[in-house]
Design a protein around this ligand. Structure first.
Ligand SMILES: [Zn+2]
Length: 992
């Protein structure tokens, strides 16, 4: 961009405009601020070869404009207004949308005020190599600057400024290209105002300015078929009058005005919370709010009132007389609504799907369990939409024409991959070619007259079930940033690259300043096989006084990643490395993760060390922290370390060190357990891949934990706790810590009731220690896997752990429930978790190694960063799990082609029309559905199926072990693979 130099003129002729605004002072007084703007006439137009603005060498707009549009044969530039960027960013970003664009400063600033995410996308767009965009500083050029007039709204003022700039551009082009005598008049390109604001267009036309709506512009352009799919769905306010919009039935109640919502929440009459859809029943959802122990249950479409998973909503709670229990039925939108027509939105009066849904609701209303009532309510307003792009499949049944050559526009349904989302209605000309593909769809609006949200197609990800499409859709679905690191980020790395080494020890060398030389220590690392990013290593040795010195050494990532650099900002935005089955998406460039910060054996590396003196009973005598240089002596896998420890013939220092660490770890663990730490379980399976190239899964195996896993874990926990204490002491207001809140007892009600009724067992949830002890008692001698199952179900009742800033919450809520530790943080994995990088910086300041960056003194800054990191952390876990599920599905598919797959499963839920089962060998959950009427006892968690003769019936209850046949079948409608389970034993459910 051009460097702007301000040329001051004599006061008399200076063109000065004023911007007036009000500012609140620190003492609360409101003062009027006048900001003077010096206008200039050297703000350039950006058109190549312009005679007047010839100084600008970086002009990006071609002299003739674009000659590709049929409406503008003499060439044109587009000048979009603010709303075009706010509503049509997917179009603007498309590589197919390529006219030269004039972006006004006014527009850019408006976008920044209205939406930060869109502003960031706009900034990226300006920088993109394949776009011709010129940012024109219209507010600084004397001819195009406008001052708000008396009584003019800021909006109108901006619109006027945009029209003025368009008109200036057109006259600038004609003035700078005067006709040459004796030569035919050259055609001049037009600058076209692109706007969907009808009033603004009318004004522009009156002023003689070329203007056009986005839809009209796109329809007349070269790739109109593909481009028009990218347009946001038109709302009812700009549908052509011929479509009898007035006749459309209102299906949902209107939202209350924002001021009423906020006042209602403040007064406690209304309640605010996040909307959660029910994955088993699309006609039910809930909203947890602080005023009630149980979440507010929302039954039926009208009460859910167009909320989408994750939206921040306001609910009104019904009279306790109307409170109900959640339904016990699986209600699947694909089967209930399979005959729905995407295109008959106008006749949504008493249509078929409405009737079907009403029936479902009525039939279950009479049979809801009476014992488990919870508050019910309805959504009266939305505080914040949480919409994004969703990975979807097109429903083949919603297509009018599947002729692949047909380019006619069709309205179709897109079904999101996530069961928590409603199907989305969208118009597309590419429907036949998109069938069977994974596609990205954005929701644009959800009108009260429309049963479904309206959205538009963003792009295709590829054939469903191809690994590339599945992998990308997973990353998109969990919002994992996965683009390669840009140049600005890579420029932050040491210029030596892979050749970087710790320089030889000398006083003047900055790398050695205040660092301890620990190269002589017998340090080793123990990790899973194939680990490339080794961020921790350990050592232990006996001390002359009979105690033991033990050390944890963590890669010194903060030596390479400095605060507020492009690399640091990117790592903060990514928050965490994401591990998929066959791909790793790094938080930091791999030069650091797999080389410079990987504590490889026989290489000198910079580290941050925590060194304890412990008694042989593992009591801490003291602890110190130091930056260091280490040279690991070996990198073991868990197996190798285990074998070495157990080999009686080995008595070298390294082996002795592992034995010492192991004996301490056992005592540390015993101490933790005695303090009430939980030993929870999650269904962890391991995928064996055929080869790196094909990455076909050949087997799924449950993970087995070795003693040496626990060895590493105990020392990492100890390091995290010691660091947490140190940074909390030093920075009581801003320490980056991690906590795990105790779960509300109501979370366990159902599990407690099931255990009591089915097994006669009690779960004591009064404290983590009591819970741990009672979990140990949940043993079925005949069924060793039962205890693990209960632990998995218990884990699901827990809240998730979170990072927090120590000054932001009450001191008595710091504790980590699962670990039974009063204080905790993450310090041990700075290569793959950003919170650890922050903890490293704080610890370095706490030991006076380096001063703390200003941002880490700011509570609000840390809160902001941790909010993102918490979200990324959750998403990374979910993405990892979804990736495992996808591969389990692939493994099942290939197995079921060769043989009938039958596995043991535990019943974990009973429904009126089916069973929820858990197959522990594969770590997956599934549904067994019955078509025929069965008997269901909600209070005792059983179903009874009469035999064919009717003489006797088989009863199945939660916790029963059954055998299921697992098939992967392709859903004919959406073309996606679906795991289907049927019961084989104790009864055959195929006929049911
Ligand atoms: Zn010019």
């Amino acid at each position: 961009m051009v460097e702007i130099t301000i040329r001051k003129r004599p006061r008399t002729e200076a063109v000065v405009t004023q911007r007036k605004f009000f500012k609140k002072t620190a003492r609360g007084k409101v003062i009027k601020v006048l900001r003077e703007r010096y206008l200039r006439d050297d703000v350039t137009c950006g058109i190549e070869g312009c005679r007047v603005c010839s100084e600008s060498s970086d002009a990006t707009l071609p002299s003739s404009g674009s000659l590709d549009h049929s409406s503008y044969p003499d060439g044109h530039f587009v000048l979009p207004d603010t709303n075009v960027f706010l509503a049509q960013m997917d179009l603007m970003e498309s590589p197919l949308f390529s006219p030269p664009i004039i972006l006004l400063q006014t527009v850019m600033e408006e976008v920044r005020h209205r939406s930060l995410p869109l502003y960031n996308r706009l900034k990226a767009l300006v920088k993109a190599d394949d776009k011709q965009i010129w940012v024109f500083y219209n507010e600084y050029r004397s001819e195009t600057a406008v001052i708000r007039e008396e009584g003019e709204t800021p909006n109108d003022r901006n619109d006027r400024g945009i029209r003025k700039a368009t008109s200036w551009y057109n006259s600038h082009i004609s003035i700078t290209r005067p006709p040459v005598k004796g030569q035919p008049n050259r055609p001049l390109p037009t600058v076209v105002l692109l706007t969907d604001d009808v009033a603004n267009r009318q004004k522009a036309e009156k002023e003689g300015i070329a203007c056009i709506s986005v839809r009209k512009y796109v329809e007349a352009s070269k790739d109109s078929g593909k481009l028009s799919d990218l347009l946001s769905a038109p709302g009812s306010d700009n549908i052509e009058p011929t479509r009898a919009a007035g006749a459309r039935q209102v299906l949902y109640p209107d939202y209350l005005p924002m001021s009423t919502l906020i006042a209602g929440v403040k007064a406690g009459q209304l309640h605010q919370g996040h909307f959660n859809a029910n994955q088993y029943n699309y006609l039910e959802g809930n909203v947890p709010v602080s005023a009630f122990e149980k979440p507010i249950l929302l039954i039926g479409r009208e009460n859910m009132n167009r909320a989408v998973q994750g939206d921040v909503v306001v609910v009104e709670v019904f009279d306790p007389k109307e409170w109900k229990a959640p339904a016990d039925e699986v209600v699947d939108q694909e089967t209930t609504l399979k005959n729905d027509d995407a295109d008959d939105s106008e006749e949504e009066v008493e249509d078929e799907e409405g009737i079907t849904e009403r029936k479902v609701m009525q039939s279950e209303a009479s049979i809801r369990s009476l014992s488990a009532k919870q508050p019910t309510g309805r959504i009266v307003g939305i505080i914040k939409r949480n919409w994004r792009s969703y990975v979807c499949h097109i429903e083949s049944t919603s297509l009018m024409s599947s002729n692949p050559t047909s380019l006619s526009q069709q309205t179709v349904f897109a079904t999101p991959v996530s069961r928590l989302l409603p199907r989305i209605r969208m118009r597309t000309r590419q429907a036949p070619t998109l069938l069977g593909q994974k596609i990205l769809v954005t929701i644009d609006r959800w009108d009260a007259t429309s049963r479904y949200p309206d959205g538009h197609f963003v792009r295709a990800l590829g054939r469903a079930e191809s690994k590339e499409a599945e992998q990308e859709s997973l990353l998109l679905e969990y919002d994992v940033p996965y683009r390669p690191f840009g140049k600005a980020i890579l420029d932050c790395l040491p210029s030596e690259g892979d050749a970087w080494v710790v320089p030889p020890k000398a006083d003047a060398v900055p790398e050695w300043k205040d660092r301890e030389d620990l190269r002589g220590l017998i340090i080793c690392s123990i990790d899973p096989p194939g680990c490339q990013d080794i961020d921790d290593a350990l050592h232990a040795r006996p001390l002359p006084n009979g105690n033991i010195e033990a050390g944890v050494h963590i890669a010194d990532v903060s030596h390479f990643v400095h605060p507020d650099t492009p690399m640091d900002n990117e790592a903060a935005a990514r928050g965490s490395t994401v591990y998929l089955v066959d791909k790793r998406i790094d938080m930091l460039p791999s030069l650091l993760g797999t080389n410079l910060c990987s504590l490889r054996p026989h290489v000198e590396r910079l580290a941050f060390s925590v060194i304890w003196e412990l008694t042989p009973e593992a009591d801490i005598v003291n602890v110190r922290f130091t930056k260091s240089v280490i040279a690991s002596k070996s990198a073991f896998t868990y197996d190798e370390a285990q074998v070495r420890k157990d080999d009686p013939n080995l008595n070298d220092d390294l082996t002795k060190s592992i034995r010492l660490l192991n004996s301490l770890a056992q005592k540390l663990k015993a101490g933790r357990m005695a303090a009430g730490a939980l030993n929870l379980a999650s269904p962890e399976v391991k995928i064996h891949l055929d080869s790196a190239e094909s990455s076909d899964p050949i087997d799924v195996e449950q993970k087995v934990l070795k003693e040496t896993n626990s060895l590493v874990e105990e020392f990492m926990l100890l390091a995290n706790i010691s660091v947490a204490q140190k940074i909390q002491e030093t920075f009581p207001q801003t320490a980056v810590l991690r906590r795990h809140l105790p779960p509300p007892p109501t979370n366990f009600e159902k599990l407690k009731d099931i255990l009591q009724k089915r097994k006669g067992m009690t779960l004591d949830v009064s404290s983590s220690g009591a819970l741990a002890a009672s979990l140990d008692q949940c043993v079925d001698l005949e069924e060793p896997a039962f205890n693990t199952l209960v632990r998995i179900m218990t884990t699901r009742c827990m809240l998730s752990a979170e990072y927090f800033c120590s000054g932001s919450v009450a001191r008595d809520t710091f504790g980590h429930y699962g670990l039974a530790s009063p204080i905790y943080t993450h310090f041990t994995s700075p290569i793959r978790r950003y919170a650890d990088v922050l903890a490293h910086r704080q610890l370095a300041a706490a030991i006076n190694f380096s001063p703390l960056h200003a941002t880490l003194h700011s509570k609000s800054h840390i809160e902001r960063v941790l909010e993102i990191v918490n979200r990324r952390h959750r998403m990374a876990q979910m993405a990892g799990r979804a990736s495992v599920e996808f591969y389990v599905g692939l493994a099942l598919k290939s197995r079921s082609e060769k043989e009938t797959v039958i596995e043991d499963a535990f019943v974990i839920r009973t429904f009126r029309n089916g069973l929820g089962v858990f197959v522990s060998k594969l770590g997956i959950e599934g549904l067994v559905m019955f078509k025929r009427e069965i008997q269901f006892d909600a209070d005792n968690y059983t179903i009874s199926v009469p035999s064919a003769s009717g003489a006797e019936s088989t009863t199945i209850a939660v916790f029963d072990k059954v055998r299921v046949q697992i098939e992967v079948e392709k859903d004919k409608n959406t073309q996606r693979g679906k795991v289907k389970m049927t019961l084989v034993s104790p009864i055959d459910s195929r006929a049911l």
